[in-house]
Design a protein around this ligand. Structure first.
Ligand code: CTP
Length: 397
């Protein structure tokens, strides 16, 4: 069944951005009910929202369609999330002090579901200790915030106050709606390719997009973990709520991963780490001369192998295997040789699997089990992997 989100729009120039957000959430199959403050209607009209949601948009507390139903109490009963976006300083102040003077604030007070606020306002209004104190009151009550970002504001000031990016708001919605079995756990995910320099102009790398690792980091955050993502060069946006460290070479990835490995509960090496690096990186661009050029390469450290050697009793170590032939044989070999608890083996030659796409086809192997999974999105697969890792941890206890 689709999840129900109540969206409250308040009087901020960023109100127009809620239109796109609502449209995108509807496409993701959420059931959306919208309430607007009177001032929000100065920026966008209820008709505009109504034509997207195909439902009545509420403004006044007494906007009840059916006299037998008290809307502000009834509408929130089965809501999964109440999101105020954008939230003005005025509405934040009212919410912090339990004021219920319109449909939005009354329904917010009556709602028992998780609540989330995405503020947008002038930088001085945002930084004012009164607004900060009001937000603190709400945070201490467990209400989630997607903080505004810095930039040029509509009023011409520069500073923090711009509504957070839509993608961050959507990721925070995922977080708010996901159960939290990884609460209190630390998860380290490596992602993307590594690059090994040849000279100042060229490098050796592979086709990894990093999508699988980023999906894992995002899922781990939504499931409640404290997440560190160590990433090779990719074009992907940092998942919301995740600490990201950028690396380039395999050696840098080795140093970044091993320096924090001991503190982790789960380590997932989904990075496509380059196996070899140049023996010597040329200081100047290598000019072409002969028909053939020979590069002397040396073997990089196998990070997953090293992690297997230093594995703590409480830790769960998961590796990936990218195979083009004898997948089961090679994946099993990696599982044992690298002392892993799980290997996710990619069927590189199967349609929909592998590096660049948004989907994958895998076989997941543990010391005593093996399961094939058909085509699914990398986002879905990330949850399947955590489901299996959590079961494994449960069985250990
Ligand atoms: N891996 C690693 N360090 C390396 C190479 C790989 O940590 N230098 C990790 C990958 O992140 C992945 C797993 O080892 O989790 C398997 O990677 P893969 O490239 O499939 O295997 P290799 O060990 O490199 O073996 P081969 O190239 O012979 O298949």
């Amino acid at each position: 069944m689709s999840k129900k989100i109540i969206i409250g729009i308040t009087g901020s120039i960023a109100a127009f951005k809620s239109v796109q957000l609502i449209s995108d959430l509807i496409k993701q199959d959420y059931q959306i009910e919208v309430m607007m403050s009177e001032s929000a209607t100065q920026f966008i009209t209820p008709t505009c929202i109504q034509s997207l949601t195909k439902r009545k948009v509420y403004v006044d507390t007494f906007d009840d369609e059916n006299p037998a139903i008290i809307t502000h109490v009834d509408i929130v009963k089965d809501a999964d999330l109440f999101l105020v976006v954008p939230a003005s300083a005025h509405t934040i102040a009212k919410l912090a002090h339990g004021m219920a003077d319109n449909m939005l604030t009354s329904a917010f007070l009556a709602a028992t579901c998780p609540k989330m606020i995405a503020p947008a306002m002038n930088v001085h209004m945002y930084e004012n200790p009164i607004t900060q104190k009001n937000m603190q009151i709400l945070k201490e009550l467990g209400i989630l915030f997607v903080e505004p970002i810095s930039g040029l504001l509509a009023c011409g000031d520069i500073g923090q106050g711009k509504l957070a990016d839509e993608q961050d708001i959507i990721e925070m919605i995922d977080y708010a709606l996901t159960y939290k079995p990884l609460q209190g756990k630390r998860v380290l995910v490596s992602a993307g390719p590594t690059q090994e320099n040849i000279d100042p102009v060229r490098y050796i790398t592979n086709h990894s997009s990093g999508k699988m690792g980023y999906a894992l980091a995002k899922a781990a955050f939504c499931l409640g973990a404290e997440v560190t993502l160590i990433s090779g060069p990719t074009h992907l946006k940092k998942p919301f709520g995740v600490e990201k460290k950028d690396v380039i070479s395999a050696q840098q990835m080795y140093e970044a991963v091993t320096s924090i490995a001991k503190q982790q509960d789960y380590i997932i090496m989904s990075a496509a780490v380059g196996d070899y690096a140049c023996q010597q990186i040329a200081d100047e661009k290598i000019k072409k001369s002969d028909d053939q050029l020979t590069l002397q390469l040396h073997k990089n450290k196998d990070i997953l192998f090293e992690l297997g050697q230093m594995k703590q009793p409480h830790q769960i170590l998961c590796g990936f295997a990218m195979e083009t032939s004898d997948l089961v044989y090679h994946a099993k070999d990696k599982l044992i040789r690298k002392n892993c608890d799980m290997i996710v083996a990619n069927h590189l030659k199967t349609a929909g699997a592998g590096f660049q796409g948004d989907t994958n086809v895998v076989t997941i192997m543990t010391q005593d089990d093996m399961k094939d999974f058909g085509l699914m999105s990398k986002d879905e697969l990330a949850y399947v992997i955590f489901d299996m890792l959590l079961k494994m941890e449960e069985e250990r206890c």
